[in-house]
Design a protein around this ligand. Structure first.
Ligand code: 5GP
Ligand code: ZN
Length: 114
């Protein structure tokens, strides 16, 4: 998608610290980490956000979560715990309109989020 920075990262036009890539997903470190571990997991395909998922994406959506839990385990976060966040829309705090799941860990999380 022209003008999408995460599509540019997928294509290698914008550099990123990649941690994982397969035929459907890419994980890379967030440029402005909010925790000692802050990774973004995105589908390679441009899906703007959660609200754009359809029943055809059920398998992809399930594998998004399972891929993220695998990355969290690889990062050594299983014992202490971690948090997944998916912001949706302006009021949900979404700044980049390419679906992404935040994997946050390495510090005590607070609730409620801001
Ligand atoms: P959102 O607010 O949309 O849920 O999260 C977008 C995230 O993307 C933010 O945490 C922000 O730091 C991250 N981000 C924005 N631009 C870039 C970039 O060019 N490279 C990387 N690695 N992360 C980015
Ligand atoms: Zn995109």
């Amino acid at each position: 998608m022209p003008g999408c920075i995460f599509c540019d990262i997928v294509a290698g036009r914008i550099p990123a610290t990649e941690l994982y890539r397969d035929e459907d997903f890419l994980a890379f470190r967030d440029i402005d980490p909010q925790a000692p571990v802050h990774i973004l997991l995105i589908p390679l395909r441009h899906i703007p956000g959660l609200s754009d998922l359809t029943p055809d994406d059920a398998d992809l959506t399930g594998r998004l979560i399972l891929t993220a839990t695998g990355i969290a385990a690889d990062q050594g976060l299983d014992d202490a715990g971690y948090r997944f966040v998916v912001n949706c829309g302006r009021q949900g705090g979404q700044a980049v309109d390419h679906l992404h799941l935040h994997i946050l860990g390495g510090r005590q999380m607070q609730w409620p989020p801001g």
